[in-house]
Design a protein around this ligand. Structure first.
Ligand code: SAM
Length: 273
């Protein structure tokens, strides 16, 4: 998936919502709750919200009234997010939401003024180092907690193992770090970069693993993920295509039959000003 040209499909986001919810780290939410203004109201900016899955996951884990401001550059995804707003809060308090069509790499301090929490999910690895640095500066400048979930860390693992796994995994990770007209994407380096940028601004940072663990119960997602994973690897390393054809068919057969376990590395980052 590339942030510069390819739009993220509604189907893909719908397919991954349950696995994302299961993967995001709950310990960070406990830490976060202690740092939010007690009783609210919370003003929460979700950056690159897609169809709004972060809010649907997090709003019921927080207490007090919440106002979610959902940012994305894709108007179609924002329309889905607006039609399926998060809430209610854990204590039954009201949750409201609004959408903002924007490029989150161009956010200024004023755009986040008054925020009590900033969130983003499955975003950082799509950014370049400069874009990430600017985003972290804007977020830390807002002087509120920032919860950045599900950034890919690379090193996907499949069980049972196959001798081609590591070659495909390496080519995929290289694809995620590819150079685009905007610069080199961070891919699996995003978490380290976010930690470095945040600590450089004096913020406290906590990182927790949040891998997808896809077994038979998530076979549909495993099939879609595997298809994209092998395709991106072959795009990156043309010489892989001949060997990868049989590999893909074998792995897809296993995934459809619920005989493949896939672990996709992600990490969640909580930045505390
Ligand atoms: C992988 S999806 C994640 C969506 C959502 N956060 C979730 O967890 O389901 C990445 C999202 O980032 C958005 N996006 C990527 N780059 C963006 C940018 N520069 N400005 C605004 N939105 C962006 C895409 O439109 C897409 O909705």
């Amino acid at each position: 998936m590339s942030a510069e040209t390819i739009r993220v499909s509604r189907g893909w986001l719908g397919l991954r919502e349950r696995a994302d919810a299961a993967a995001r780290d709950q310990e960070l939410v406990r830490l976060l709750r202690r740092r939010l203004p007690p009783g609210g109201p919370q003003v929460i900016h979700d950056l690159a919200c897609g169809s709004g899955s972060m809010g649907r996951w997090l709003a019921p884990l927080l207490t007090g009234p919440q106002r979610w401001i959902l940012h994305d550059r894709d108007a179609d995804l924002l329309a889905i997010a607006a039609a399926d707003l998060p809430g209610p809060a854990a204590d039954g308090a009201t949750v409201t939401g609004e959408t903002r069509l924007c490029d989150i790499t161009q956010l200024g301090r004023d755009d986040l003024a008054g925020a009590t929490l900033i969130t983003a999910s499955a975003l950082l690895d799509l950014l370049t180092r400069d874009e990430l640095a600017a985003l972290i500066r804007s977020c830390v400048g807002a002087c509120c907690p920032v919860l950045l979930t599900l950034s890919v860390t690379g090193r996907a693992q499949l069980a049972p193992a196959d001798q081609l796994d590591s070659r495909v995994a390496a080519a995929f990770d290289a694809h995620q770090r590819r150079t685009t007209p905007r610069g080199r994407l961070l891919g699996p380096d995003a978490v380290e970069a976010a930690v470095e940028e945040s600590r450089g601004l004096g913020a406290e940072v906590v990182v927790r693993p949040s891998p997808w663990r896809l077994g038979a119960a998530e076979a549909g997602l495993a099939v879609e993920w595997l298809t994209g994973w092998v395709a991106a690897a072959c795009e990156q390393e043309a010489g892989l295509a001949a060997d990868a054809d049989l590999y893909r068919r074998r792995r897809l057969r296993e995934a459809r039959a619920g005989r493949l376990d896939v672990t996709v590395g992600h990490a969640d980052v909580l930045v505390l000003p």
